[in-house]
Design a protein around this ligand. Structure first.
Ligand SMILES: [Zn+2]
Length: 95
């Protein structure tokens, strides 16, 4: 298994340790930065679309002619998410 560097979602510290799993089986982490207000957090791989930059990547790929399925495959998100992001964008841009 490849080792993955996990950073605290809140303070960005790499001083994190595994902290068991939650009810839905997701890995939880414990932030060891004492100044951090959030001690535990989860890395949401399923929620990749809400990460900063993902939306921009979706739009960029689609603008370059990639289909929603291709885009989802590359970014590891579902095609539905790609569609949702594009829809949101269309409704927001009034130009
Ligand atoms: Zn932290």
């Amino acid at each position: 298994m490849a080792e993955m560097k996990v950073k605290c979602l809140y303070c960005g510290s790499e001083e994190v340790s595994l902290y068991g799993k939650n009810r839905t089986g997701r890995q939880r982490y414990l932030c060891r930065n004492e100044a951090c207000r959030h001690k535990t957090f989860q890395v949401e791989y399923k929620n990749q679309a809400s990460r900063p930059g993902t939306k921009e990547k979706i739009i960029e790929m689609v603008m370059n002619g990639a289909g929603t399925r291709d885009t989802g495959g590359v970014l590891k998100i579902s095609p539905n998410t790609v569609t949702a992001v594009l829809k949101k964008r269309n409704s927001m841009s009034s130009r």
